[in-house]
Design a protein around this ligand. Structure first.
Ligand code: TXA
Ligand code: MG
Length: 320
């Protein structure tokens, strides 16, 4: 991907949608309108595409991303659908409702997209352009709001161009987003629903459809709200940071000059390192080492998000 380019904005006609499909299938990024806000889409099954999303957004930590799917069938391949989930899908999809469900063990989505969690957020947008783009790729698309981290969500193509500029390969202009605020996010449990982010679909609508009580996000249920928990994904093995040599029984994850038993990126590329992070942590853990040692990662660009996640993984266990 070339950097420092001007954003390419195209009206979302047939040709532009077809081009968006080609870009996404080859691992690039496309900003597309949804009914809520513009999303920054990438192939959810590609570690590198997902890492590029985080880089483009300048996210200081790896929040899990919403994966956009083409309906129930698309969701079924990724998450375990429950009767309550089916009722919500039937009532509100396509539309501004995101469901957080248990990931299937054979889920093909990048570990980085779900930030190493056991759950995955899925939604089917109502916007015709978003659905055309999804149909053109036939891929689950990870798509956070198409803005730099910490800035307002974009509701026009011009907002996206101002915020992300050349960090995105193509911006599809489909006019202003009709809803204008992000989707309602609901965690679907066995006997309750968790409202993780309020949106235009309300708690009482969720109860009407499922008969389940809606509870609000709290620190006790922080697993559903990963950003709030100090160690939401911790491997079984303890984690030692800023290591340059492995100690006895350790698995050393390298970066750049520190080669290790396996490397996040031998060339010291932070996008590649982010793409490999969660997968390598799991692979290291599976070796049952006395500890997972990790080479120093520079605290710049995506390195900030990588270090944020590593610090959480190394935090004392049980901390909230
Ligand atoms: O309307 C929307 O949902 C837009 C459009 C583009 O679809 N997308 C959006 O994505 O707002 P984003 O990444 O800006 O916000 C996603 C939120 C984050 O706050 C994240 O923490 C939460 O969803 N999230 C994603 N996966 C989750 C999970 N497995 N458990 C709990 N929260 C999750
Ligand atoms: Mg956002």
């Amino acid at each position: 991907m070339k950097k420092n380019r001007r954003a390419i904005v195209r009206p979302a006609g047939l040709d532009a949608v077809a081009e968006a499909g080609r870009i996404l299938r080859s691992g690039g990024l496309v900003a597309m309108p949804t009914e809520t806000v513009y999303g920054l889409a990438g192939d959810a099954t590609s570690d590198l595409a997902v890492a590029r999303i985080f880089e483009a957004k300048g996210r200081p930590s790896f929040n899990p991303l919403i994966v956009h799917v083409l309906g129930r069938a698309g969701a079924d391949g990724l998450v375990e659908l429950t009767p309550a989930a089916d009722a919500l899908i039937e009532a509100f999809w396509p539309g501004p409702l995101t469901l957080v469900l248990k990931k299937r063990t054979d889920c093909p989505v990048s570990e980085l997209a779900s930030a190493g969690l056991e759950t995955l957020a899925v939604r089917l947008p109502a916007h015709v352009i978003a659905r055309e783009v999804m149909a053109a790729t036939n891929l689950p698309l990870a798509a956070p709001s198409a803005n730099r981290s910490g800035t307002l969500s974009p509701t026009t193509a011009a907002h996206v161009a101002e915020s992300l500029g050349g960090a995105v390969d193509l911006i599809l202009d489909g006019g202003p987003c009709p809803v204008g605020i992000e989707s309602t996010i609901v965690g679907v449990g066995e006997d309750a629903l968790w409202l993780l982010r309020p949106g235009s679909i309300t708690a009482s609508q969720l109860t009407d459809v499922t008969g389940l009580t809606v509870k609000f996000r709290s620190h006790q249920h922080a697993i559903e709200a990963p950003g709030q928990m100090q160690s939401h994904y911790a491997p079984d093995a303890p984690v030692r940071l800023n290591a340059t040599e492995p100690r006895d029984g350790e698995f050393l994850i390298g970066f750049g000059e520190v080669l290790g038993h396996d490397s996040l990126s031998e060339s010291g590329d932070l996008v590649e390192a982010a793409a490999n992070l969660f997968r390598l942590m799991r692979e290291a853990d599976a070796e049952r080492p006395t500890a997972i040692a990790v080479a120093p990662i520079p605290e710049t660009g995506l390195g900030i998000a990588i270090n944020d996640r590593l610090t959480r993984a190394a935090a004392p266990r049980g901390a909230t």
